[in-house]
Design a protein around this ligand. Sequence first.
Ligand code: NAP
Length: 307
Amino acid sequence: MDQRMKVALVGIGKIALDQHVPAIAASADWRLAATCSRNGSVEHVQAFTDFAALLDARPDIKVVSLCLPPVPRFDYAAMALEAGRHVMLEKPPGATLAEVHALQAMAEAKGLTLFATWHSRMAHAVAPAKAWLAGRAVSRAHITWREDVRKWHPGQDWVFEPGGMGVFDPGINALSILTEILPKPVHLTGAELEFPANRDTPIAARLSFSGNVTADFDWRQEGPQTWDIEVETDGGRLALRMGGNVLEIDGKATAGENTIMGEYPALYARMAELVRQGRSDVDLAPMVHVADALTLGRRIAVDAFEF
Ligand code: NAP
């Protein structure tokens, strides 16, 4: 008998098709039982365009994975929890911190699992980096996260609309790694945010944190892309490159990769474990830094941006 748990995917767009569908297909824990999307679908899988209809028609599907952009996601998450379903959230877990707190309270009241995923934390070298940093004193850390928005988000205007987070959409991945690996938490002390004249979210950000930690996020990087975190400690230098997939200690690449799973297969394995154990996993630390940057940041107007 098929022991796999049934999951419904909502918001069949770029990340659902690039990562969620293949990760579920390759998983021994999960079976994609239905989708809900206004336009998208997955071949051979029952497709709904209305989420209430899916919840109504398929009480056998106990888990819902939401791949929508952050702004529309809350209403779907609340409906799913209200209908007694466990919920997995793409990153960032919501458009605001308060709405994720509301979801946490709903999940807890109903005894349901809520998993706010951070896919970058599952990158190969993140766990070894965390282990290496444990017990060391960090004297300085710097994040360089520079990529080309036209390449990674072609035509996705929502990233520049209120709640879309702009360059923090990728930048929060770096912050999800930083908050995972640093032995002691830091807090934001200042930010400069560059807003294109015609957009509502920043295209670049420079952040300062307590503990001599800084970050440089830029979405206008053409050519080679950079996703690096460099950390200096009392016991040597660590660098995480390629978005957390390559670990260097004192300038030398190490065989630190301790997992064979990709980021999304690892997220679905974790969700299976959480559901079986009846637990939730919601860490909002990366999103707190983004909210603080938007609260404390100095706004700088830059050239208008078009895709
Ligand atoms: P996307 O392709 O623009 O959106 C996903 C789907 O959500 C769309 O195809 C659309 O499907 C549905 N949708 C969009 N706006 C909606 C609305 N207002 N109401 C209801 N449905 C709506 O976005 P994405 O790149 O997949 O990103 C989704 C989430 O995944 C984001 O939080 C992002 O940060 C995260 N993520 C993205 C990437 C990436 O490489 N793109 C990587 C990691 C994580 P229908 O039109 O069919 O309804």
